[in-house]
Design a protein around this ligand. Structure first.
Ligand SMILES: Cc1cc2nc3c(=O)[nH]c(=O)nc-3n(C[C@H](O)[C@H](O)[C@H](O)COP(=O)(O)OP(=O)(O)OC[C@H]3O[C@@H](n4cnc5c(N)ncnc54)[C@H](O)[C@@H]3O)c2cc1C
Length: 897
């Protein structure tokens, strides 16, 4: 990997131009603040280039003014120069961020940053007689309160005023060398990925591993997006994990770890790929098109050198979270909430609007040995009373996860108004801290020795623009766990939506529903309008409600791996993403499985995997009793449990449940039926009807509850109270429009899968059977290593385990039936905890076995082992040392080129 970043040779930081059009003898010197030789205590801020045209310098001083930024310019001639400074009075009511400019040894009289105007503006710094030659220029901060300076212009042209209009301003920047005049061509690349969050980094790495020459363009100095060291959100994904479920597989397994370490681990991951060129501190600014439906190149700006770049490519992947590439290319996109009438989603608002979830800034505090005083600046918001905070929004002292509730921007435009949203979040944080330190009766004493040590200036965004693909995923696809034929990734976070007013909303900060394992189709990951554009992360083709579930970062990362891999297949098959869907979707799915990803219930059927046809046997097999965790086929009635379904009406005569009793005597069970306003809403507390039934001794089968009630079409839920010794079976596959839940003291918890039920009359509920567990004696059989599934499913271990009573080593063997040639073996263990630590691969040699490869101190769930090409009719995996309840879920065998 080659790294192209701010470490490139520093460019000249000023440019003098003579003979601007029509003013033959004038001299103009243009200085970009962020290119100052020494930025002192100022911070580089490049988050809002799209909105205000450039990176700029920001003065963040929690303890007062920051140190001067200094540079030198070369004035081409002596003369009377007018100084123009582009700055922003970010809160005209208070003008918090003020600074001065020092030219040589003279301080310019005007104080900048208090022009009382909205938005960015050029301020007139007056006339200055300056000699020719070197001039030192300083930015001298006066407050530490987020003063900001974009550029300075010194001109002898009395008629020149730098433009405010962004188009003209960009033209002048180019003309005067504020950015490079030349656009440097890079590529051509097979794949150009824009945005280096988890989605983008995984997309680029997957694409590079598929043999594509790949560029990854990231506008921050670090990788990780919201998981980066700048924002520090902890990546989440599938929270519906069943016993022995290893969690998400694939690239995430190489970087999963501490929350603070993602930027570093992602950098190492990218740096290890020879086909990947990483461009940090590089902001994509536009696209060049080839006809109406093809992107030819992405244009970008290196924010610390101001070099303009052009990335030519074949496939483009938008992982900006803002859908920036797609919008520039002219695709159909959405920003806001769809009306309920559009998809009939239970959590969509009645009327659609442009509202979204907001953004958040994080901050840190530290405990000091001595008291630390804090005086709130006048621009901070005031929260004199604890009641000024909404539910769950009252501040705490320690750095902690609760900070996500400091959310703002959902009623603004999270793209266009990004800078104002950031600024409002600053006002909230400083105000909350003032409350904790100076006003809060609960915290004031404890807070005495605490100091506010860090307030991030980089906004973590939750929602922005979503690009429309050939399919728009909706809440129904989450709730019903649609098993798309073109599924290429999955998630399991639940629909987690926040009110657009965020911090200022009087209700709870977030509401969850539908916590189930769901699939994501490939059709939601490419644009319907642009033939060579795919996307992953926040900007995929989902409704606002579905985004509530797909937006968490590991889930976004899996989408990234899917589209990066798809880019490789597009290259190999010389096709577009839509062409891939039509002809090669199976190839993409099989490649993802081969690379360790999980696609719900999709088995390995890779024709190149020699293990699939082999016969498996083992030195010993663990008895079924070795399983310590429950399988999910049956749930004991240790909690109230419920199933929700849609009844057609006009009547339910009876409902049957598939129950299992451990008792030697008959057991009475009483069922309640309640109405539900919508799928997933378990708020009703009154039974419309109750019916009792007797579960016979040692019963395993259907039990009927005679409800005999007239019902209107709609959702209902049937529930059972706790009954010791009785269990309720799950369906093998949940019927559509159903949900199950269990209740703790406070509330119902919606869960994946579905409890068995049958209605009489059946209405439109399809007949389904209870989940059949495979015969118990096969639970740890050798044949599990090549049955197509590389992990536990519904708690069924799906692994070979040796008899724990037998001494090590133990082995499992694949017999191919004839000599075959191979050089690569993939081994997937039960989980990272339940793995083999030391193991070897053997093939027969005469009457003995020869080791072809051995692994020591293994710490991973999945290993790909390469060795010299070997011809043999059998292969043995010999386990020498284990950790946890070691199981081998899958062995794949390949002859790789
Ligand atoms: C406060 C908060 C708490 C959250 N809590 C969680 C949580 O606990 N767990 C979880 O998993 N998720 C959480 N989320 C959601 C999650 O962080 C986002 O949905 C997620 O980051 C989406 O990943 P992404 O890769 O699409 O986007 P991002 O992480 O935003 O990455 C996109 C990257 O692209 C870059 N970029 C944008 N435009 C350009 C451009 N023009 N040129 C170059 N680069 C560009 C951005 O700077 C950014 O680095 C939270 C979000 C927030 C804001």
């Amino acid at each position: 990997m080659r790294l192209h970043a701010s470490c490139m040779a520093t460019m000249v930081t000023w440019v003098a131009v003579f003979a601007a059009a029509g003013r033959a003898s004038a001299a103009t010197v243009w200085l970009e603040a962020e290119l100052f030789r020494d930025v002192g205590g100022w911070t580089h801020d490049a988050q809002f280039v799209d909105q205000m045209g450039s990176p700029f310098l920001l003065a963040i001083g929690l303890k007062g003014p920051v140190a001067d930024a200094v540079t030198e310019v070369q004035l081409p001639e002596a003369g009377q120069y007018r100084l123009w400074v582009r700055c922003r009075d970010w809160l005209p009511e208070y003008s918090p961020g003020k600074f001065q400019v020092i030219l040589g040894d003279r301080t310019v009289e005007r104080v900048f940053g208090q022009n009382k105007q909205k938005g960015w503006a050029w301020e007139d710094g007056g006339l200055h007689r300056l000699p020719a030659g070197k001039l030192t220029v300083r930015l001298h901060d006066l407050t530490g309160h987020y003063g900001r300076c974009d550029a300075l212009v010194l001109t002898t042209d009395a008629g020149y005023r730098p433009p405010d209009d962004l188009k003209r301003l960009t033209a002048d920047r180019i003309a005067h060398g504020g950015v490079s005049r030349q656009v440097k061509d890079l590529g051509p690349y097979d794949t150009v990925v824009v945005g280096g969050g988890l989605a983008g980094t995984f997309a680029a790495v997957a694409s590079a591993r598929m043999g594509c020459k790949t560029a990854l363009i990231q506008n921050r100095p670090v990788l990780g997006g919201n998981a980066s060291t700048e924002i520090l959100v902890a990546p989440q994904g599938d929270t519906t994990r069943e016993p022995l479920d290893p969690g998400e597989g694939g690239i995430i397994e190489e970087v999963r770890g501490s929350e603070e370490g993602y930027s570093e681990r992602l950098l190492k991951l990218a740096q290890a790929e020879p086909n990947l060129d990483l461009f940090l501190d590089t902001h994509a600014t536009g696209v060049e098109m080839e006809g109406k439906d093809r992107i030819a190149a992405v244009l970008a700006l290196q924010v610390k050198t101001k070099q303009r770049l052009r990335f030519k490519g074949t496939i483009f992947i938008d992982c900006t979270g803002d859908g920036a590439i797609g919008v520039w290319a002219g695709v159909e996109y959405r920003h806001g909430r769809e009306p309920r009438s559009m998809y009939h989603e239970s959590r969509a608002p009645e009327a659609g609007d442009s509202h979204t979830m907001g953004g958040t800034l994080r901050y840190a505090t530290q405990l000091r040995p001595q008291p630390i005083a804090f005086t709130a600046p006048e621009w901070a918001h005031r929260f004199p009373r604890c009641e000024d905070f909404g539910p769950s929004r009252h501040p705490q002292l320690q750095f902690g996860g609760w900070q996500w509730v400091i959310e703002y921007g959902g009623v603004r435009n999270t793209y266009d108004d990004a800078e104002e949203i950031r600024d409002e979040l600053l006002r909230i944080i400083w105000g909350m801290w003032d409350h904790a330190k100076n006003h809060c009766p609960k915290l004031r004493d404890q807070a005495r020795n605490y100091e506010l040590t860090w307030v991030s200036h980089v906004v973590g965004k939750r929602e922005s623009r979503r690009l429309i693909g050939d399919y728009v995923m909706t809440e129904h696809d989450i709730a019903k766990q649609t098993l798309f034929p073109d599924r290429v990734s999955y998630g399991g976070w639940g629909v987690d939506l926040h009110p657009p007013r965020g911090f200022y909303d009087p209700g709870p900060p977030a509401e969850f529903s539908h916590k189930v394992k769901f699939s994501v189709p490939f059709r939601s990951l490419y644009s319907k309008d642009i033939s060579n554009l795919m996307m992953a992360g926040r900007c995929i083709s989902v409704s606002h409600v579905a985004l509530g579930a797909t937006r968490v970062m590991i889930t976004c990362g899996l989408q990234g791996q899917a589209v990066g891999t798809a880019a490789g297949i597009c290259k190999k098959r010389q096709t577009t993403p839509r062409g891939l869907l039509q002809s090669y979707i199976g190839e993409l799915q099989q490649q993802l499985l081969k690379d360790g990803c999980y696609l719900v219930e999709l088995p390995n059927s890779d024709p190149r995997d020699l293990a699939l046809g082999a016969k498996a046997r083992a030195s010993s097999t663990a008895p079924p009793e070795a399983l310590k965790t429950p399988t999910l086929a049956l749930h004991p009635l240790n909690y109230p449990r419920a199933v929700m379904f849609r009844a057609q009406g006009p009547r339910i005569e009876k409902i049957a449940l598939h129950l299992v009793s451990q008792h030697d005597k008959p057991t009475q069970v009483t069922l309640g039926l309640r109405a539900a306003p919508e799928l997933g809403d378990f708020s009703a507390t009154t039974d419309l009807a109750r019916a009792a039934a007797i579960v016979p001794p040692k019963h395993r089968g259907w039990v009927e509850f005679p409800l005999q009630i007239d019902v209107k079409p709609g959702y209902y839920y049937a529930w059972l109270p706790p009954v010791p010794g009785v269990g309720w079976s799950l369906f093998d596959r949940p019927p559509a429009d159903t949900i199950r839940a269990y209740r703790t003291a406070k509330e119902w918890h919606v869960m994946p899968e579905c409890y068995t039920f049958r209605l009489t009359p059946p209405g439109d509920v399809p007949a389904a059977e209870p989940a059949k567990s495979p015969p118990r004696e096969t639970m740890f059989a050798a044949g599990n290593v090549n049955n197509g599934f590389a992990r536990a499913i519904r708690g069924w271990p799906n692994a070979w385990r040796p008899d724990p009573k037998q001494p090590m080593p133990q082995w499992v063997e694949l017999d191919f039936g004839r000599p075959v040639t191979f050089n690569t073996v993939h081994v997937s263990f039960q989980t990272a905890a339940d793995r083999a630590v030391d193991f070897r691969l053997e093939v027969p040699e005469g009457d003995a076995w020869k080791t072809v490869s051995s692994v020591r101190d293994n710490a991973r769930r999945r290993r790909v082992i390469n060795f010299e090409r070997t011809k043999a009719a059998q292969l043995r995996l010999v386990i020498e040392k284990t950790a946890g309840d070691m199981g081998v879920c899958e062995i794949r065998v390949y002859d790789e080129p």
